[in-house]
Write a new protein. Structure first.
Length: 523
């Protein structure tokens, strides 16, 4: 996480703390020796990076020091990354406290370094008078991102950071140096303004269609042709939503799932065409798909495949509902009924707690619901879960251990895509709402890109896939890779590029509608 303190933080310090000195609470010579050693080490690093010429760290004169201090001091920053103010708070005894004000939501993230002396320094973090927890600062030069305690709700909060385990010997001195404090999810003007597609992306798509820009124009032609067929689609719904296990009842499974997927796909296609063309016929047809579903189903079962099928199909209804917000075919009363359905019905079908691909699809359901409702706490919970999936689902080489062994490995590529696909959709929903997690690196080093690069290579050349129980068998590598349009634009990948070029416009599939149109060639 970024370690820069929020611009709204308070400045100032107590008069007893001289800005560039350590308070005289222990042997001052020992204190200064500790600080001098740290400063010399930092200077050596800077000198090496500068080719042997020492260059001082650059403070940002326009960024105020963010902390109010008690029994502590403001000093030039000696760690990396350098905070915007160019300074950190030196906490040197058990009465040392740094206080600041932050805005946003989520967990508190502290940027701090520490000097080791028979143990690392510990900081107790309090928010608005409530102790969230204690964090151990275990690096001498990198401020890092120390995450503390449970999430706090959106708003403006007072964060108090206290040094709690001071220690000194004749040869060492334990201190903490705090560079920043912020919340995990800073406030965003974009939050709640979109679900999957922002207004700026819609405007860009209109321009690209008018100019005939590829692959957007090819994707648009395919989308429009499908939406024209959807205009006369008559929605049908079951009285009870219950999807049997596929392997127990394939026909029953497909019939029930097909009802929701067909209507959700149609609703999104129609709503998207309406936003591009302004033609109200498409909006009216899209609204009919949505309202028939939310009004017609009386009972929702969570048995068998019911929750997964709902989680990986219904979110397109939410994508569509957002696109219709300015349409007279989707008036305020209908919008409120849809919002109520999301709160009371849809969230109860979420699979986000699962560890495998089920969890990823539940994540899409919850984060799209949060974006539509403007529910920041739900959104933050989904963002935290997204990070957990990156850390827990992706191996060091990028493969997904929970997916690659399906059907003796023959369905491992398919199921790996089936997990990465919703993880990508969730990231795109969050980006549309002002939170870009694409380059997030988990504490264990895992990233979304690791998985994308690995899976793209397998789809391009299935012979390289190593998880088949029978090496002579051909794995099932066919999957609608429309979601790659998002990832390939961010991280160009030769294997993914070759696959996309051979399939564009990528055909529609559950939860991948018009992806070549909406994301092909457009970051």
């Amino acid at each position: 996480m970024p370690t820069a303190p929020p611009g709204a933080a308070r400045t100032g310090q107590r008069a007893t703390a001289c800005p560039d000195t350590i308070p005289a609470v222990k042997d001052l010579r020992v204190r200064m020796r500790t600080v001098t050693v740290a400063a010399v080490a930092a200077t050596a690093v800077v000198t090496a990076l500068a080719g042997g010429v020492a260059r001082p760290r650059q403070a940002h004169a326009d960024a105020p020091f963010p902390f109010t201090l008690e029994s502590a001091a403001s000093q030039p920053a000696t760690g990396t990354p350098v905070p915007p103010s160019g300074r950190h708070a030196a906490l040197v005894r058990n009465t040392s406290v740094a206080t600041t004000t932050v805005e946003g939501s989520g967990r508190v993230v502290i940027g701090a370094t520490g000097s080791h002396c028979e143990g690392w320094p510990k900081l107790r973090v309090t928010v608005d008078g409530t102790v969230l927890g204690t964090v151990s600062v275990e690096h001498p030069t990198q401020y890092g991102a120390h995450t503390v305690g449970p999430a706090v709700g959106p708003g403006r909060h007072t964060v108090r950071i206290a040094f709690v385990n001071d220690h000194m010997t004749k040869t060492c001195d334990r201190n903490a140096f705090v560079a920043s404090a912020q919340l995990e999810y800073p406030p965003s003007a974009e939050f709640g303004s979109a679900v999957f597609l922002t207004n700026s992306r819609i405007a860009a798509l209109k321009e690209r269609v008018a100019a005939g820009t590829q692959p957007t124009r090819a994707g648009w032609n395919a989308l429009l042709a499908a939406a024209d067929k959807d205009l006369d689609r008559e929605p049908t719904v079951p009285g009870t939503w219950l999807v049997p296990w596929y392997y127990d009842d394939p026909a029953g499974h497909n019939a029930m799932l097909g009802m929701l997927r067909g209507q959700a796909n149609a609703a999104y296609r129609l709503a998207l065409v309406h936003r591009i063309t302004g033609d109200e016929r498409y909006a009216a047809a899209a609204a009919r798909q949505i309202t028939t579903w939310i009004d017609g189903v009386r009972t929702y079962s969570t048995a068998e495949d019911s929750t997964l099928a709902f989680s990986n199909s219904f979110p397109l209804m939410t994508f569509a509902a957002h696109l219709l917000r300015s349409s007279p075919s989707f008036p305020a009363a209908t919008q409120e009924a849809f919002a109520q359905f999301l709160r009371t019905r849809a969230l109860g079908m979420s699979t986000m707690s699962h560890q495998n691909n089920w969890g990823n699809w539940g994540l899409v359901l919850e984060v799209s619901t949060a974006a539509y409702l403007g529910d920041r706490m739900l959104f933050d919970r989904a963002a935290t879960r997204w990070k957990q999936f990156v850390e827990q689902q992706i191996a060091a080489d990028g493969h997904l251990p929970l997916e690659v062994h399906r059907a003796d490995g023959l369905s491992g590529i398919l199921y790996s895509n089936f997990a990465l696909h919703p993880q990508t959709l969730a990231a795109e929903i969050m980006r549309a709402n002002g939170l870009d997690l694409y380059d997030y690196r988990a504490p264990n080093g895992r990233t979304l890109r690791l998985a994308f690069d690995r899976i793209a290579g397998w789809v391009h050349d299935p012979a390289t896939y190593p998880y088949r129980k029978d090496p002579a068998a051909t794995p099932n590598y066919m999957y609608n890779v429309g979601y790659w349009e998002v990832l390939h634009m961010r991280w160009p990948n030769p294997a993914a590029g070759a696959v996309l070029a051979s399939r564009r416009p990528v055909k529609d599939d559950p939860m991948s509608i018009g992806m070549t149109f909406t994301h092909g060639g457009l970051l």
